[in-house]
Structure formats: structure tokens, C-alpha cells
Design a protein around this ligand. Structure first.
Ligand SMILES: NC(=O)c1ccc[n+]([C@@H]2O[C@H](COP(=O)([O-])OP(=O)(O)OC[C@H]3O[C@@H](n4cnc5c(N)ncnc54)[C@H](OP(=O)(O)O)[C@@H]3O)[C@@H](O)[C@H]2O)c1
Length: 342
């Protein structure tokens, strides 16, 4: 008996309109494909970060696949238009030689943000490490984001000090230059930095140790280039979300120094019971939980270290995510307690 492969034909509606030149199955496949594409676009849009609890999207600062051990940290876009990694290496208390070794180690691990300062006396060491990494083909200059700070004793000669920092860092531009702390001559110092931007010596300007909206407003009152960032003491015991939220209206980022409370105080952070409970859940160290919280809360963070194991450990925080309940639990640790008074 001949198999009737068109046994359901009688159920199919018969075309009544003009002749269609392709089979009905092609039309159905086309519709299904279109629906799938539209669904993918909608799902992607829904996952675009809309609040500071989510990490910024990946940026064009990409790893060199032949030389980097890990992918670089995600970046966030500054109001100056430049991308800045959300995690970097702090260098306070590191002498030139230690800074050179630590920065070189960090670059190999995948760090692309380094925090230096004229005051730390180690810009030359940072510059040497950067040059070495560039000479060895680990990175190009454009791949690394260098921050330094004008120190108070240079406020009256801020523009000249930019050239000195450039020479020590062995570079022709500084990614981010900060005023280290409020002082006399703030307005003139800030104007010198603005001139540095106009002259191509600086890409972004920031300020450090400005803790209240009023203190920030004073700078905004004379700035013709809005500061891109405020770098402040910030950790689980001093969170200052008031400034984080206030600064966000001008897309001014907050960068945390002392994420672990600073040398001599780290144990207080590392033994906090809320933090320790999370280490067990995620199989991460207290340092990693704290850094992850800072980044998810919307801060840029620059833990300091001269220990290669710690440098690598601090970078290994992009494979887990704290829940919003856990973020709230860490927020509740805050007690507005600073360790320093500058
Ligand atoms: N703008 C300002 O006024 C200002 C002031 C202070 C600091 N800063 C900047 O902020 C950066 C961060 O602050 P900070 O370095 O003073 O303090 P921090 O990052 O809070 O703590 C540094 C301490 O933590 C230890 N540490 C780092 N990673 C660790 C880990 N995974 N496990 C255990 N211990 C770890 C370090 O020791 P090891 O070396 O042994 O790892 C060091 O003793 C500074 O380096 C500097 O760049 C800016």
C-alpha cells in the first residue's frame, strides 16, 4: 500500500489569496527566528546595569591573551569619557623598589589601574614597572590607567609638579591626577590641573579627602572641568553612602582607600562576623568578600599590597556575586568610624 505522506493535507487551510512563491514552512521558520532574535535583544536590554549594585560593563581595555594570566577588571566610564578599571593596586608605604616589584607583579596578574602619589615618593618605581611591562610586551601604555596626586607642598607650583610626575612615571600623560587633600590654594591648584588637561598632560581630574556634599560643592563652584572622582577613606566601618549618592548626580565616582582599614587595622575587617560568614558560603577570603562588596556597591577600590599572593588574591573576585540581602548585611556593619582624620 502506498504511504500517504499528505494524510493531514485535508486539515490545512487552503490558500485563498494570491499565490505565495515559498513554502509555508519557510515562513514559519522565519517567524520563529525573528521571535528568537527579538527575545534575545529584550533579555539583553533587561540585563543592562541600571543601578550601582551591578558591575559596569566590560570595556575596550582588553587583556593581551599571550601575556596576561587573567582577564582585566571591568571598567567604569568616567564623566571625562575615559574608562577606568574598578579595581587597582594601591602603593602607599611602598618604597620605589617595592612599588616597582608590586606594580610589575600586579600587571602580570591582570591589574590595569595603579594608584600612586607624589607624596608616596614612589612614582619612579611605578614608572619603572610600567616601562618594563611595556618593553616586555605585557601591555601597551594605553592599556594601563595611572593615578597620581599633587601633594600639598606642591599646591603653589602644581603645574610644574605635573611635569615632574610625568618624568618620574616615564609617560607623556597621566590618566587621573588628584588633589591629595583640601588645603590653601585649592582653587589655583585645581585650575593648574585643568590647564594640564587642556595641554594634554592629564586625562581626568579628581580630588581626594573631600567627605561631604558641601566640600564637593565648593570644588564644583569653581571647576570648569567637573572632577571625575573623589578618592576617600572608605571601608565596611565607614561607608559614607551619602557622598556616593550625591556625587552620582554628576557621574562623579567614589574611589575607596583603606578598603581593609589600612595597615595595622586589617584584622578588624577580616574578623568581622558578617564577612567571615560569607567567606564560608563563597569559599573566598575576607579580603575578597570586602573588595567584592565595594565594587558591587559602586566604589572603585585600590587595595594596597606588596605581597604577590595577596595581589593575586585581591584580583580574584570576579567569579562570584553577593546577593542584595548580603549587600544589605554588609551595609549594616557601617558605624561611621574613620581611622584617619585628614
Ligand atoms: N588619598 C589618600 O589620602 C590615601 C590615603 C591612604 C591610602 N591611599 C591609597 O589607597 C591604597 C589602599 O590603602 P592602604 O594600602 O593604605 O590600606 P589597605 O588597602 O586597606 O590595607 C593594606 C594592608 O592590607 C594588607 N593586605 C592586602 N591584601 C591582603 C590580603 N589579601 N590578605 C591579607 N592582608 C592583605 C597589606 O599587607 P601586604 O602588603 O602584606 O599584602 C597591608 O597591610 C593605598 O595603597 C594608597 O594607594 C590614599
Amino acid at each position: 500500500m502506498e504511504e500517504n505522506i499528505n494524510s493531514n493535507d485535508s486539515l490545512a487551510p487552503r490558500p485563498t489569496g494570491p499565490h505565495i512563491s515559498f513554502p509555508i514552512t519557510s515562513l514559519i521558520i522565519g517567524i520563529v527566528v525573528a521571535v528568537v532574535i527579538v527575545t534575545i535583544i529584550i533579555v539583553n536590554l533587561a540585563h543592562t546595569p541600571t543601578n550601582t549594585n551591578q558591575l559596569p560593563q566590560e570595556s575596550p581595555i582588553m587583556p593581551n591573551p599571550t601575556t596576561s594570566n587573567t582577564a582585566p577588571a571591568p571598567t567604569t566610564k568616567l564623566n571625562s569619557g575615559y574608562e577606568m578599571p574598578v579595581l587597582g593596586l594601591g602603593t602607599w608605604t611602598l618604597d620605589n623598589e617595592t612599588a616597582e616589584n608590586s606594580v610589575y607583579t600586579a600587571i602580570k596578574v591582570g591589574y590595569r589601574l595603579i594608584d600612586a602619589a607624589q607624596y608616596y615618593g614612589n612614582e619612579a618605581g611605578v614608572g619603572k614597572a610600567m616601562k618594563r611591562a611595556i618593553d616586555e610586551g605585557l601591555i601597551a601604555r594605553k592599556d594601563i590607567f595611572i593615578t597620581t596626586k599633587v601633594m600639598p607642598s606642591n599646591y603653589s607650583r602644581a603645574y610644574a609638579s605635573i611635569d615632574e610626575s610625568l618624568a618620574k612615571l616615564q609617560t607623556d600623560y597621566i590618566d587621573l591626577l588628584l588633589i591629595h587633600q583640601p588645603g590653601t590654594n585649592n582653587r589655583a591648584t585645581y585650575k593648574a590641573l585643568e590647564q594640564g588637561v587642556k595641554d594634554g598632560k592629564i586625562r581626568s581630574i579628581g580630588i581626594s579627602n573631600y567627605y561631604t556634599p558641601n566640600e564637593l560643592n565648593e570644588v564644583l563652584s569653581f571647576a570648569t572641568i567637573t572632577p571625575a572622582l573623589v578618592q576617600n577613606e572608605n571601608h565596611i566601618f565607614y561607608q559614607n553612602t551619602e557622598l556616593l549618592e550625591y556625587a552620582a548626580k554628576d557621574n562623579i565616582k567614589i574611589e575607596s582607600w583603606y578598603p581593609f582599614g589600612g595597615r595595622g587595622h586589617t584584622e578588624e575587617s577580616f574578623t568581622n562576623e558578617t564577612i567571615v560568614a560569607l567567606t564560608e558560603k563563597y569559599h573566598k577570603t575576607p579580603a575578597q568578600i570586602i573588595l567584592r562588596w565595594q565594587i558591587q556597591a559602586g566604589y572603585i577600590v585600590i587595595p594596597g599590597s606588596s605581597n604577590p599572593d595577596h595581589i593575586a588574591e585581591n584580583f580574584d573576585i570576579f567569579d562570584f556575586e553577593l546577593t542584595s540581602t548580603e549587600m544589605n548585611d554588609i551595609a549594616a556593619i557601617n558605624k561611621n568610624q574613620r581611622y584617619e582624620n585628614w
